[in-house]
Ligand binder design. Structure first.
Ligand code: FAD
Ligand code: MLT
Ligand code: ZN
Length: 500
């Protein structure tokens, strides 16, 4: 029996169930369609068997039923596919590296998977202006390695860098561990080539290849976070940033969340222009990393909270002096109880291994309820405490890591398997009162919105958050989004049953 009630008054709302029924306006793939695809892609551009790596997501929690994967090699081939599918009412899911965490790249029913894996030929870089133009199928890490040769790097970095693609990054408006320094992808995107799912498979070149252009609406930015709803991105133009010559990393042990916020404040003021990451891990994720992956903390004594702080600059002595002075000040002000400054890149890699392995560690518990919400800092860790109390023994673990410097928390609630009692509605009749208690959902998302946050800071809506996607959004904004979707995708064939 639950003994906790919501601490805040939240109006009861209605949530429409996720639309799971197949839309019968869509055609089913026929042999003649496969022949048509083979005709314009070649036989190696069409795959019918062994496609489970395209129909299952990274967590293994989303499994779709698609039976066909197409591998176009160029914008023209994407155009031919989308024109054909639009005319023949065949639903399509764009798929990049398939590392998304909300089921956005997985077919729900029998949608055709349009893989971008083979669109990774064109790469151009202007090393004076720092402007990169490349095909959408390039893997983030590959791009970063290419830029390294020019003394530049990608302005964002994710644990999934070895698999995610730049097109997928744009389509999800990926955040990651450098946002505190370089800002979101909105600050970097200059142009995109997109193919629309209309009967012409229209190819649009939006934005430009130059840094400043205020001659139109900023249409490329419509595709940031568009989750494959509006069109297929085939090429991206964006800015890269100079690669730092000096990188300092430190792991800090902190006793209270309030002190973590004080450390952040001081980091911004003292490390200022060189501060490049400010990541957070609580003791529960540290324990999970140890138990599930055998990864041990780098700090000597366990503390409730650990912070991974990084600076990136161009002068080792200057940056080291700043970092050392910062650490001294933290110790003298008793804001931290322990701290390790990486003495080598191997030390730094150990620290980052802990943070970047957190998503994998939680999956090893069996089933994980993932969250990527943003909150004002005074509510950031309160959410974890509230959920710990609500889930009680039903959860295996309630752990938190995240991008504290961006107000983005990744609260993960694990269980050995999917547990309806843990997630959904709990109904208990205490005569004469009918008690409706929402243990996890929609409580968690309503709590976030009631505390001034967003239900998705990074991963998007996809399938996972569809029932809650109206939360915190004015109905006018939702309506405008639907109108835009109708303009771009008049037959509604692109990535149905998801975000819009
Ligand atoms: P996919 O998963 O293939 O697709 C994601 C969405 O974009 C889908 O809706 C798909 O239809 C659409 N899409 C993909 N490519 C295109 C295209 N070319 N045109 C149109 N639509 C397209 N995310 C963060 O924001 N920050 C993190 O720190 C972070 N860390 C992660 C760590 C791990 C270990 C993992 C597994 C994931 C992490 N993610 C993170 C989530 C994920 O990596 C990002 O969302 C990433 O940007 C997805 O890229 P992708 O190529 O894998 O896209
Ligand atoms: C991260 O920051 O590690 C990612 O967004 C993935 C996750 O939330 O697990
Ligand atoms: Zn993240």
């Amino acid at each position: 029996m639950l003994n906790i009630l919501p601490r805040i008054r939240i109006p009861l709302r209605c949530y429409s169930a996720v639309l799971t029924a197949r839309n019968e306006n869509f055609a089913k793939v026929k042999q003649s369609d496969i022949m048509a695809f083979e005709n314009f892609l070649g036989k190696d551009g069409v795959q019918k068997d062994d496609i489970s790596n395209h129909t299952t997501d990274w967590t293994g929690q989303f499994k779709g039923h698609g039976s066909l994967v197409l591998y176009p090699k160029s914008t023209d081939e994407v155009s031919a596919i989308l024109a054909y599918c639009s005319k023949n009412k065949l639903a399509v899911v764009p798929q990049g590296g398939n590392t998304g965490l909300v089921g956005g790249s997985i077919p729900v029913h029998d949608e055709i998977i349009l893989s971008m894996n083979k669109i990774s030929q064109q790469f151009a870089f202007d090393d004076t202006m720092g402007i990169l133009k490349c095909d959408a199928g390039f893997i983030l890490e590959e791009l970063d390695n290419k830029l390294a040769k020019h003394g530049y790097m990608m302005p964002f970095d994710l644990g999934a860098k070895g698999s995610c693609q730049i097109g997928g990054n744009i389509a999800t408006c990926a955040g990651g561990i450098r946002l505190i320094r370089y800002g979101s992808l909105h600050a970097h995107l200059l142009g995109v080539t997109v193919v629309l799912p209309d009967e012409q498979g229209s190819v649009l070149h939006l934005g430009s290849d130059i840094r400043k252009d205020n001659t139109s609406l900023h249409t490329p930015h419509l595709f940031l976070g568009s989750e494959g709803q509006l069109g297929v991105i085939t090429s991206v133009t964006m800015t890269a940033v100079p690669r730092p010559k000096s990188v300092q990393s430190a792991m800090l042990g902190v006793q209270s969340f309030e002190k973590c916020c004080e450390v952040l404040k001081l980091a911004k003021s003292r490390l200022c222009e060189v501060l490049s990451s400010f990541e957070f891990l609580d003791d529960a994720i540290m324990e999970c990393l140890k138990t599930n992956l055998g990864l041990h903390p780098v700090l000597n004594s366990p503390t409730p909270f650990s912070i991974l702080v990084e600076t990136s600059g161009s002068n080792e002595d200057h940056d080291m002096e700043k970092m050392s002075a910062f650490l001294d000040e933290l110790l003298s002000k008793k804001l931290i109880v322990d701290g390790v400054l990486a003495g080598s890149s191997a030390d730094a890699a150990k620290m980052w291994k802990l943070r970047e392995s957190a998503p994998l560690a939680v999956t090893r518990d069996g089933y994980v309820y993932k969250h990527d919400v943003s909150l004002p800092l005074n509510s950031y860790y309160e959410l974890t405490n509230v959920m710990k109390e609500r889930c009680g023994d039903l959860a295996k673990r309630v752990v938190t890591y995240g991008h504290l410097g961006d107000g983005n928390t990744h609260l993960n609630i694990t269980s050995s398997k999917q547990n309806e009692n843990l997630e959904k509605l709990y109904v208990s009749i205490l005569i004469p009162i009918l008690l409706l208690i929402f243990r996890m959902y929609p409580f968690l998302y309503e709590w976030v919105v009631a505390h001034g946050g967003s239900i998705s800071a990074e991963h998007g809506i996809g399938q996972l958050k569809l029932p809650y996607s109206n939360l915190g959004k004015e109905s006018e904004e939702r309506l405008l989004t639907k109108k835009l979707k109708n303009i771009f995708d008049p037959n509604g064939i692109l990535n149905p049953y998801k975000m819009i």
